[in-house]
Design a protein around this ligand. Sequence first.
Ligand code: NAP
Length: 470
Amino acid sequence: MSFDFQMIVDGKSVPSGSEFVVHNPATGQVVGHAPEASLQNLNDAVAAANKAFLTWRALPDVDRQGALVAIADKLDAHAEELAQLLTQEQGKPLGGMGSRWEVEKMATWARFTAKMSLPVEVIQDNEAGRVELHRKPLGVVGSITPWNFPLLISMWHVAPALLSGNTVVIKPSPYTPLATLRAVELMNEVLPAGVLNVVTGSDAGAVNVGAAMSSHADIRKMMFTGSCATGEKVMQAAASTMKRLTLEMGGNDAAIVLPDVDAKAIAPALFWGAFINNGQTCGCMKRLYIHADVCDDVIAALVEFAAKVPVGDGLLEGSQLGPIQNQMQFDKVARLVAQAKESGKVELGGVPGEGLFFPPTIISGLSNANPLVSEEQFGPALPIIKYSSIEQAIAMANDSDNGLCGSVWSSDVATARNVAGQLECGTVWVNKHGALQPNAPFGGMKKSGLGVEFGEEGLKAYTDIQVIMS
Ligand code: NAP
């Protein structure tokens, strides 16, 4: 069966002149086709969103809150269909923290956001006058999403944008456009025309849709999630129109294991902190620093757990990890692992599998200079670095241009929190890694991004401030 979806512009399906093929990374087979947008398609989508903005922004909060609940209900009703589609184009398993989890979280995020609002703040009200701070929606928000969590990340962009009165044009990655096309089609069944539009395109298309969005005169904000290199391009392209920006980019998260841990007890959470979504997660563990006193024990426990995790086609119910999503990423992981093997010790895996499958790989004996440590691998290969003093571990963890997330592992939570506060990154977990929640702001320090998503801070980023003094 081949899935063929169309772009949705102004509430209607739009035929496109050409299309591109989407492959299943587990089998190489064709999953379906997505439309190749023209510049006219993009301009039409932005114009529709601009027109819809005039009425959408004027609605009372309660109407937009209700729309998000209706979106969540619609997604719940089509959850299995979306999960099956997502697994086929992305490769992640249906079960565990795979496609079903991602679709469920999409609805959860919409419902949580539906409870939020940004009421007028009264800064001053006395005989000298009244000063009010109003939050005004911006207009059309351009959303660009990556291929690792295409559905969940689309909701991270769409829900706060819509709630705060903006309208949206979304562009998914060409590796994973199908589930987003279908989800936007479904959401349009409960939204007014033009409020949420989707356009798709690939490298082979006549126009780079993401680049055209980033410089588009009628888009007021770019909400970008993807690599650091592309985020920089979005920022440059957005400058001349003074777009508001939220940039969620790459991470190279360090985890520090202190000498007082129970190795066997932490092994499962350490594993999933690094290998969730096959390591293709912005905020997953990408460098593991272990104190010399417990290094051998932690490695042994981690390898014992990892060796039993089933890897396979995501459509098979038992699979807990799928293939790497695309050839470019597979080649990057293979290169970094090959380089790491020259100086490190392979504790597990290390040899590429068939097609795009790559076994969970753990390599010890590395230093910060090794490319598997210093670059974002974004795949199922975890480097381990042994340390002897906590100061040394903190310095190595902070020795990175990235600053997305990190974690500290210890049976003494107070000590762990103290170390956490010394890490240069936007989120630090204690005894876990990768847990995000809709009420906690999430964003990167240093080159990992600009601004935050989630919570009130994230919502405010979809507005400009207007002060009224009377
Ligand atoms: P990517 O290559 O940067 O692509 C992301 C999106 O940007 C795609 O839709 C891509 O579409 C588009 N794009 C490419 N060139 C563009 C341009 N010049 N202007 C505007 N948009 C352009 O990233 P990816 O490989 O999909 O995702 C992996 C990266 O995302 C990793 O670095 C990961 O850490 C990061 N990530 C970060 C977060 C976070 O919240 N911080 C979350 C998830 C992922 P085309 O392919 O059509 O060009």
